[in-house]
Design a protein around this ligand. Sequence first.
Ligand code: KIV
Length: 271
Amino acid sequence: MSQHKEVKRITTNTLQQMKAKGEKIAMLTAYDYSMATVLDDAGLDVLLVGDSASNVMAGHETTLPITLEQMIYHAQSVVKAAKKALVLVDLPFGSYQGNSRAALNSAIRMMKESGAHGIKLEGGIEIMESIERIISAGIPVMGHLGLTPQSINKFGTYTVRAKNEAEAQRLKHDAMALQQVGCFALLLEKIPAELGKEVSESLHIPTIGIGAGMHCDGQVLVINDMIGLTKGFRPRFLRPYLDLYNGIFNAAQLYIKDVKTGDFPNEKEQY
Ligand code: KIV
């Protein structure tokens, strides 16, 4: 008899049920097999292969340069590791804006080549045609409103969004439209907590917040920030659970010392 324990995969339906039960959704980003293995074993509900890979993996200043091929590569590694978590992937800048046919092709390529379970797109009304087309092909879509880093050149700053009434109204309108078109969830980035609460309560689909307050149905952080690996990045919304930058720095210095002094390897560490 097989000792293998069946693991039940989290689906978009599971997230919907979690919202209905008032159970919070825990999501983190992941970009590679080793990290995704740890996070899936730890019990994350959702792993997001974020285009923040452009910043934390590739060292770019913005999320704009990362390509569809590079996102597919990261997603393939995370999908291999995730036995239980739902794996979502960002479609990168330039792969879906302005042309709904191109958007559908990008989404299909991502789903076919990476094996991910759904995608995330930044924007509201302006990308509705693309979202509608992708959803009609049977691909689950998470919306993303508030701070949308792919539009950084339009706004010029990463400050809190929708602080004034006009912007807040637009965001609420976009959120409702994304739900109506069939998005299964909505990510809210860097908006006032009160607006996060209002949007979360007005929608039947789950909201996932990053800097959007305690009333969202779930939370997400960039893994490198959450484990304290991103040097000098400490925004107010971030709770670092480790200080891995200094942990690795100190380990690397010890290793250098041991190699230089001939202490490593010792008799037991050789053949
Ligand atoms: O790319 C990313 O990491 C994101 C964050 C908002 C989680 O989209």
